[in-house]
Design a protein around this ligand. Sequence first.
Ligand code: SAM
Ligand code: DTB
Ligand code: SF4
Length: 313
Amino acid sequence: MKTVNEIRAIHDLPFPELIYRAATAHRENWDPTDIQFCTLDSIKTGACPEDCAYCPQSARYNTGLKIEPLKDVKSVLEGAAAAKGNGSTRYCMGAAWREVKDDKNFDAVLEMVRGVSDMGMEVCVTLGMLNAPQAKRLKAAGCKVYNHNIDSSKDFYETIISTRKFDERLETIQAVREANLEVCCGGIIGMGETIDHRVHFLHELTEMEPAPESIPINHLVPVEGTPLADIPPVPPLEFIRMIATARILFPKSRIRLSAGRTAMSDEMQALAFFAGANSLFTGDKLLTTPNPGESHDHRLLEALGMRIEGAAV
Ligand code: SAM
Ligand code: DTB
Ligand code: SF4
């Protein structure tokens, strides 16, 4: 287990040393030419009671978002079939809920999970807080992974969200583990946090036993109407340092280059791959904000001589 100071020392390494170490850890555990393509589907959009300062889906902020109730099972399964056709091997369904309730909506989500899993794709869901029995029902329906981010260090987290505690995030992650689901847990860079906050965020992840199987590193997508709308972007090299440090700390986890790619150059994304990122969300849209789109991602991988993981050769 590394201390906060040891993690800071890795983060601050001279850039060539940092990237070399990250790329070495990457190729010892993964095929560095492969990138996993995942598709996101917002199955319930907006009107969320939480006040997460970055989030366009919070009911507290006027972001002009079109609110949509839970989608019907059939349309979700059609979306999943199309994503599979475009090379995605993981389908991730997200709902703007504070928490899962034991109601007919959860029954419908379980049906979606069953349907997508029957198509042979890995199923991931992110539905807010949940308890161990609910996590077990997801697992029984064929869900593989639950996404629940800690988003930042405990200190910083509590300045961006007031409607729940950091420790409640950890409790949900515990319930997910108890159900033998894989954990997908990461955070957002660029909310105005310091480098020390970022290092504490990574340290918090290292305290999870076992480590999350998947770690999404999101770059804040600043959305008009949210309190974080005017935060300036993180310098690209600072963002790459986070990817590389995460790869060194978690050599066997997937490091997912998540939100914020539309504002990144191809060169920056390539550098993120060399620093160890090996998964991304493909498609024109994340949950509610834009994403580069299939054709862009196919061209980028082709230009780099890289491949979609699991795609027919
Ligand atoms: N409501 C559930 C929750 O909070 O866990 C699931 C959906 S929530 C949208 C999933 C994650 O999306 C958040 O934890 C955050 O990391 C990310 N996210 C939301 N808005 C974002 C933004 N504007 N930029 C970057 N990431 C964002
Ligand atoms: C994660 O860490 N990033 C994804 C996924 N998990 C669910 C969501 C990003 C959302 C970005 C803002 C939006 O599109 O609403
Ligand atoms: Fe709701 Fe999740 Fe957005 Fe927070 S991040 S406002 S909990 S949808």
